[in-house]
Design a protein around this ligand. Structure first.
Ligand code: SF4
Ligand code: SF4
Length: 542
């Protein structure tokens, strides 16, 4: 993004904040960037056009894809379950309108790889008819686990961009205590304003969602944080908190420095605490959720609605009327761009997300998914800046909010030395793009980090598969060995029994023989006695 930096990496001025008692800290590095926010905040949020066809990917979240529970040709209603969670780290997807399932097949999805993935296609019947759904009248009577289950079944994921299943982040586990629940409204990347507009227009949805999340986490304190360049959003939230007497929720303005909205950076600014390397906010008793996620949770509990739509900023230099729209999941990008006065120039670069963390989408027909916060369109740069060799200027390290050494990461990622790149904490990189933004050699640093991460994950997957195959083989060998031993033991026992029974037979014959011999001996003795008696009688007669 060839936009000038107002001031790179300057220390943040201390914000007074709403709650003057809360001291604010600084995170390392960061950038002050031109916001380009006002363009898309001129009009209230309005509904996007209902397209004739919706393409709903089975995987719109971190984790395993959902499994279809509908068939081609089946009629579905708005909000109906289309695919159920397949594993623990997975969430269901639902129909965004009523109609007919016309296909279940691979389609282009918004992903940096540009690859296709399994999707359920719904041909809209134009009626937009809801399935029966009902609110939970008193969620305060529900156990945290029951609340999490409702949130899971509604298919809610983090709407800030990462797409992690919300119910998992609402489960601290039996041994953890959540001290502070932070709602992240610090929408720090330029151009994106969907969270700011949500805070401005519907503060109560956010507050209600926060209270539900507080109950699920059993959190002690709650903070809503937003950047100090959103005074209208702050006023709106502040008014709602005061009117509803929810002043125990802290509303805090943080300095507008990119990337304050990063989870670790926001925690540092608000509390001065560092999330450990390779660790989670929960390790320091904090949990962070996006304001949009909170609003989705409120819709689920108070209206019984699953996550089937979200707010999307449609903006950029080639968009005639930049604005924020409420969009059904599955709506093609081009439908929204056309609704916002896009001039349909195929040479435009279309980006999902912001200019620093987003990625280019080659096909404008890809659908909006749960993590689509912004669609940005501008003319493709006429001249691509050619990367030059690294001059070791150190600018990248100066602005890195994760306090990494980006040039070392680049060097080892480029050399495919994946052990060394991890020694330099590659996985602490939040891919904020600050380093690439300031690099005078125009090296696409983040692309190297993404490449290295993808390769390491692929290697780990392969290793896991190989380990599983080895375990299966070892298990089979053990089973065969055990079977062999059991067979040998069985044969040994049989042999022994045979031997024993043969021994018994021999003993029987011997005793029989002895009895016969004894009987014969007795007969001989009787005969001899008889003979001797007759001989003595003859002598007496003589
Ligand atoms: S900013 Fe660019 S040129 Fe400077 S040290 Fe980092 S990678 Fe090298
Ligand atoms: S992309 Fe990664 S390495 Fe570069 S500045 Fe951001 S966190 Fe640091």
């Amino acid at each position: 993004m060839a936009r000038a930096i107002a001031a790179a990496g300057k220390a943040a001025p201390r914000s007074r904040g709403v709650n003057v008692k809360r001291r604010l800290w600084h995170f390392h590095g960061g950038l002050r960037l031109p916001g380009h926010k006002a363009e898309s905040m001129q009009e209230p949020i309005h509904a996007a056009t209902l397209p004739d066809r919706l393409t709903i990917p089975l995987q719109q979240h971190i984790g395993e894809p959902a499994e279809p529970v509908v068939e081609v040709g089946q009629r579905v209603l708005k909000g109906q379950l289309l695919a159920r969670a397949s594993e623990y780290i997975s969430v269901p997807v639902h129909a965004s309108t009523s109609g007919t399932v016309s296909a279940i097949e691979d389609r282009a999805i918004p992903h940096p790889s540009g690859l296709q993935a399994p999707c359920i296609i719904i041909d809209s019947d134009g009626q937009d008819k809801w399935i029966e759904h009902a609110p939970i009248n008193d969620y305060t009577g529900l156990e945290p686990s029951a609340l999490r289950n409702v949130i899971r079944e509604a298919g809610i994921v983090g709407l800030g961009g990462a797409g992690f299943p919300a119910f998992i982040k609402l489960n601290p586990g039996p041994d953890n205590v959540v001290d502070t629940l932070i709602l992240n409204g610090a929408e720090c990347e330029p151009y994106i304003t969907c969270d700011a507009m949500l805070m401005q227009e519907q503060p109560r949805r956010i507050i209600e969602g926060l209270l539900i999340m507080k109950q699920a986490l059993q959190a002690r304190h709650c903070i809503i944080a937003l950047e100090d360049n959103q005074p209208d959003a702050w006023q709106s939230l502040n008014d709602a908190l005061e009117e509803d007497e929810k002043t125990f929720i802290e509303l805090v303005k943080v300095p507008t420095i990119y990337p304050t909205g990063g989870e670790k950076q926001l925690i540092k600014v608000l509390t001065g605490k560092e999330v450990p390397s390779h660790g989670l906010p929960l390790d320091i008793h904090m949990v962070c959720h996006n304001v949009g996620t909170a609003a989705a949770v409120a819709d689920t509990i108070h209206e019984g609605k699953p996550l089937i739509s979200r707010y999307v900023t449609v903006t950029g230099d080639t968009v005639g009327q930049p604005c924020n729209l409420e969009v059904r999941i599955g709506t093609p990008f081009e439908t929204l761009l056309e609704q916002c006065g896009w001039r349909d120039d195929r040479n435009d670069e279309i980006i999902m997300g912001g200019p620093l963390m987003g990625f280019t989408v080659d096909n404008p027909a890809v659908p909006v998914i749960k993590t689509t916060n912004c669609i940005l369109s501008w003319p493709t740069a006429k001249e691509q800046q050619t990367p030059m060799p690294c001059i070791r200027c150190g600018e990248c390290a100066r602005v890195c909010p994760a306090q990494l050494l980006p040039q070392q990461l680049y060097w080892y990622a480029r050399a495919k030395n994946f052990d060394r790149v991890q020694d330099f904490n590659l996985f602490d990189c939040i891919e904020c793009g600050c380093c690439a933004y300031v690099c005078p050699s125009h090296i696409p640093l983040v692309q190297y980090y993404r490449f290295a991460k993808t390769e390491i994950w692929a290697q780990e997957r392969d290793k896991k598969k190989a380990d599983q195959a080895r375990e299966r083989h070892e298990f089979r060998q053990q089973r065969l060995e055990r079977k062999k031993q059991e067979e040998e033991e069985r044969k040994r026992r049989k042999k022994e029994m045979l031997k024993k029974s043969q021994g018994d037979e021999t003993d029987g014959e011997d005793s029989k023989k002895a009895a016969i011999e004894a009987a014969m001996a007795r007969a001989r003795a009787r005969r001899d006695e008889k003979n001797s008696q007759s001989q003595s009688g003859d002598k007496e007669d003589a």
